[in-house]
Design a protein around this ligand. Structure first.
Ligand SMILES: O=P(O)(O)O[C@H]1O[C@H](CO)[C@@H](O)[C@H]1O
Ligand SMILES: O=c1cc[nH]c(=O)[nH]1
Length: 287
């Protein structure tokens, strides 16, 4: 079936519409970061950079760490951008851009988010690193796609419906092989992905929040001892889109804020740098 010009938009040079990339310009291992300035913070550790591209907030650097080819891409903020990044990355590997048809042989990308996040639990300290075993989406992205959940995901969904009935979330697990490879010694937990930074994360600057107990409600959620540990704005969308498109994904969070103690890291760059170095080292040595 031909994929229409409005379903998959290409630029005049054949690159995908928002990412501005051609198929040869991405690696099969991709690090995503929210902040466009973080792309260079990752690629400064590359031994060689062969591609640098940008359109809007989507900056891509592709290069090598040793013999491992890696791309790092900024997604900007939010799961609306995750929809764009994942559909366009998938098209670059799984659609023949010239014939506009799906390829018979599919490529499964390895996608690792290195992001920042706020903690909801006292044992998840500021300046620690946390692996999201599950992403819980409080946004609406995955309502627009067909998918089936695993039994574990369905059981967490049931517990969410019972304990947090005011919300209607979706749930996806991280890829277990990426956890073994990159995060075997990290704290882990369930990450809630929010549709905003202020009200949707229980903050209120001048306007009262409709959910004044948001932080404590989430903190107290418990599924067989498994807790909601942190809040951010992309993880659940990344895990969900990877699942529907057949890619492997995970999310590693540098904890910058404690929402319980109402404190913020005094040196956020140090823990982000630690996460970047750890992921690059482990990606290089695991192949
Ligand atoms: O630091 P990044 O990766 O952007 O992640 C977090 O920071 C942003 C909010 O400040 C949101 O994108 C949130 O998910
Ligand atoms: O509290 C926080 C910190 C970083 N990023 C978020 O989305 N929330």
């Amino acid at each position: 079936m031909i994929i229409s010009e409005t379903d998959l938009i290409l630029n005049p040079d054949g690159s995908v519409y928002h990412l501005n990339l051609l198929p040869a310009e991405i690696a099969e291992t991709i690090i995503t970061v929210g902040d466009p300035d973080r792309v260079a913070e990752v690629s400064k550790h590359f031994d060689r950079i062969e591609v640098k591209k940008q359109k809007r907030e989507f900056i891509t650097h592709t290069g090598y760490v040793g013999s491992k080819r890696i791309s790092v891409i900024s997604t900007g903020i939010g799961t609306d951008n995750i929809d764009i990044v994942f559909n366009e990355l998938d098209a670059l590997v799984n659609v023949n851009i010239e014939t506009r048809t799906e390829k018979d042989h599919k490529t499964s990308l390895e996608i690792i988010r290195i992001g920042t996040s706020g903690s909801l639990q006292s044992h998840i300290a500021i300046d620690s690193l946390l692996f999201s075993s599950f992403g819980i989406g409080f946004d609406t992205l995955m309502n627009f796609y067909e998918f089936e959940n695993s039994n574990n995901e369905l059981m967490i969904l049931d517990a969410l419906k019972e304990q947090l009935p005011a919300f209607n979330p979706y749930v996806f697990a991280a890829d277990s092989s990426l956890k073994k490879k990159l995060a075997f010694d990290m704290l882990e937990g369930m990450t809630v992905t929010c549709s905003g930074f202020y009200g949707p994360q229980g903050r209120s600057v001048r306007v009262k929040n409709q959910h004044p107990n948001f932080i404590h409600q989430l903190k107290n959620f418990n599924y067989n001892g498994f807790l909601i540990t942190n809040l951010e704005m992309e993880t659940a969308g990344i895990l969900g889109m990877a699942h529907v498109l057949g890619h492997k994904a995970c999310s590693i969070n540098a904890i910058l804020a404690s929402r319980l103690e109402q404190k913020f890291s005094t040196n956020p760059n140090a823990i982000i740098e630690k996460a970047i170095k750890l992921v690059l080292e482990r990606l290089q040595t695991s192949n």
